[in-house]
Design a protein around this ligand. Structure first.
Ligand SMILES: C[S@@+](CC[C@H](N)C(=O)[O-])C[C@H]1O[C@@H](n2cnc3c(N)ncnc32)[C@H](O)[C@@H]1O
Length: 415
C-alpha cells in the first residue's frame, strides 16, 4: 500500500540501488597497523562505509546490538556545493539512505540505532528513519545539552543542544535502566516505620476527570475517620478491585495524621529496579563539547579534530543499549570516541563488548594541526586514538577482576 507521507528527493531511486549493488572490494588485513591481531574481537575498518557495510553483511548480519553514528550534519562545512540548499539536502539524503538500509540488516532483533544529528537534517533524518526502520520502531529523540553557555557575539538564539534519534529494530528492544543514585533513593522515607522499608507516596488521583473515566469512580472510605469520598474533579487512578487489594495489603497511606480523605499508594524502594531514562541528557552527566575536545587532547596533543563527542556521552548510549558482550558498530567513527568508550566500559564492568569502527581515510589539510602532528588522514587519527586509549587502560585505574584486557583491534582496509 502506498504510504500517505513519504520522503521524496531527486536521486532517491539511485540511492536505493546503491545499497543493492554488490561491493567489488574486500577487507584486507593490515597486521602491523593492528593491535593484538589474533586475540582481539574488535575491528577498525579504513574505507568508505558504504563498502564496509556491504562487506560486513557476510559475518555480521543480525549480530550487531547497537549502531551509533554521528554522520556529517550537512551544516555547509562538509559539503562544497552549499549555495543550493535543496540540492544539498538531496545529496545528504542520498548519502544516508543506502547506508541506513544496510545498517538495519546488521542489527539483532533486539538491537537499536542511535544517530547524532544537528538541526539542518534533524527533520529529514527522522522521516528517513521512519521509512527505513518503520515508524513503529521510533523510540526517542534525545536532546543532548552540548554546551551550557550562551554566545555573546550573536543576536540570534544560541544553540546549546543537539539530538540523538533512536530507532529499534523491533519491539524486542528494551532500554536498560540506569543504576539508582543516592539522590533518587533519598526521596524514599519511612515515616510510619513500615517493616517493608522506605517508601514514597504515589498519587491516587487520575489526571482525567470523572466523566472521562467513569469506570474509575467509586466511593472510598478513610478507615480512621469513617468519611466517605466520591471523586469530584479527578477520577481515581486504580479500579475498585485493586483499591480493595491495596487497602487489604496495607499499601494505602492516609497522611501523617491518618485523616486525609484521599489516600496515596506506597511505592517501596525495595521494589524499584532502576531509573528510567528521559529524553533530555544534561551536560552534567553526558558531557559537553569542550569535554569531548579535552578527552581527545588527553591522548593526542593539539586540536586535531572539531567537536569530537565526549566519552561520557558514548558511555551513556552504551549503558542504555548494550549488554555485557554486545557488538557495537560506529560507521562514521571520526576520532574513535565510541571505540574508546567501549574499551573503557569493558575494563570498568568486566564486559566483553566488541567494537567495529569504520572511518574514511579523509585527508587532513596540510595546514591543519592534525597534519602537523604527522596524521595524513582522519583514519590515522582514529586508529592512533584507539591505540593510545587502549594502552592507557590497564594503568588508568582499577579494572574489573573479570575483565579480559582486550584493548586490541584488527586493522582492515577496504581495497
Ligand atoms: C561528525 S564526524 C564523527 C565524530 C565522532 N563521533 C567523534 O567523536 O570523533 C563524522 C565522520 O564521518 C566520516 N565520514 C564521512 N563520510 C564517510 C564515509 N562515507 N565513510 C566513512 N566515514 C565517513 C568523516 O570523515 C568524519 O570523520
Amino acid at each position: 500500500m502506498e504510504k500517505l507521507v513519504q520522503l521524496h528527493w531527486p536521486g532517491k531511486q539511485a540511492a536505493a540501488d546503491a545499497a543493492h549493488a554488490p561491493s567489488t572490494k574486500t577487507l584486507q588485513p593490515d597486521r602491523p597497523a593492528s593491535v593484538g591481531f589474533d586475540a582481539t574481537r574488535n575491528l577498525f575498518i579504513e574505507g568508505d562505509n558504504l563498502d564496509a557495510l556491504k562487506l560486513l553483511q557476510a559475518s555480521f548480519a543480525g549480530q550487531v546490538k547497537l549502531i551509533y553514528i554521528d554522520p556529517p550534519y550537512n551544516t555547509g562545512h562538509e559539503y562544497v556545493y552549499n549555495d543550493d540548499f535543496g540540492r544539498r539536502h538531496a545529496d545528504w539524503l542520498s548519502m544516508m539512505y543506502p547506508r541506513l538500509k544496510l545498517a538495519r540488516e546488521l542489527l539483532t532483533a533486539d538491537g537499536a540505532i542511535f544517530v547524532s544529528i544537528g538541526l539542518t537534517e534533524h527533520a529529514h533524518l527522522i522521516q528517513l528513519l521512519c521509512e527505513v526502520m518503520g515508524e513503529a520502531n521510533f523510540r526517542a529523540d534525545i536532546v543532548w545539552q552540548k554546551r551550557y553557555t550562551r554566545s555573546n557575539n550573536t543576536r540570534d538564539f544560541t544553540t546549546v543542544v543537539e539530538h540523538i534519534v533512536v530507532f529499534a529494530k523491533s519491539a524486542a528492544f528494551t532500554v536498560n535502566l540506569l543504576p539508582r543514585t543516592a539522590a533518587a533513593d533519598a526521596r524514599y522515607a519511612n515515616p510510619d516505620n513500615d517493616p517493608r522499608g522506605p517508601w514514597k507516596p504515589a498519587s491516587f488521583l487520575n489526571p482525567l476527570p470523572p466523566a472521562q473515566r467513569p469506570n474509575l469512580c467509586y466511593p472510598i472510605t478513610n478507615p480512621n475517620t469513617g468519611w466517605v469520598t466520591w471523586p469530584t474533579t479527578h477520577a481515581w487512578r486504580r479500579a475498585q478491585a485493586e483499591y480493595e487489594r491495596l487497602a487489604e495489603d496495607g499499601l494505602l497511606y492516609w497522611g501523617t495524621d491518618g485523616r486525609s480523605p484521599v489516600p496515596s499508594v506506597k511505592m517501596f524502594l525495595s521494589e524499584v529496579r532502576g531509573l528510567t531514562p528521559t529524553d533530555f541528557w544534561s551536560h552534567e552527566y553526558a558531557g559537553h563539547t569542550d569535554e569531548g575536545t579535552r578527552d581527545l587532547a588527553a591522548l593526542i596533543d593539539g586540536k586535531v579534530f572539531n567537536n569530537p563527542k565526549p566519552v561520557k556521552l558514548m558511555k551513556r548510549v552504551l549503558q542504555h543499549a548494550t549488554g555485557p558482550s554486545s557488538v557495537v558498530l560506529d560507521f562514521f567513527a571520526g576520532t574513535g570516541t565510541m571505540a574508546q568508550a567501549v574499551l573503557e566500559m569493558n575494563a570498568a564492568d568486566g564486559g566483553s563488548r566488541a567494537f567495529i569502527a569504520v572511518q574514511l581515510p579523509e585527508r587532513c589539510h596540510p595546514r591543519s594541526a592534525a597534519y602537523k602532528q604527522g596524521f595524513t588522514t582522519i583514519a590515522d587519527i582514529c586508529a592512533e586514538r584507539i591505540r593510545r586509549a587502549g594502552a592507557a587502560l590497564p594503568s588508568a585505574g582499577p579494572a574489573h577482576p573479570s575483565w579480559d584486557g582486550d584493548v586490541g583491534f584488527r586493522f582492515l582496509q577496504v581495497g
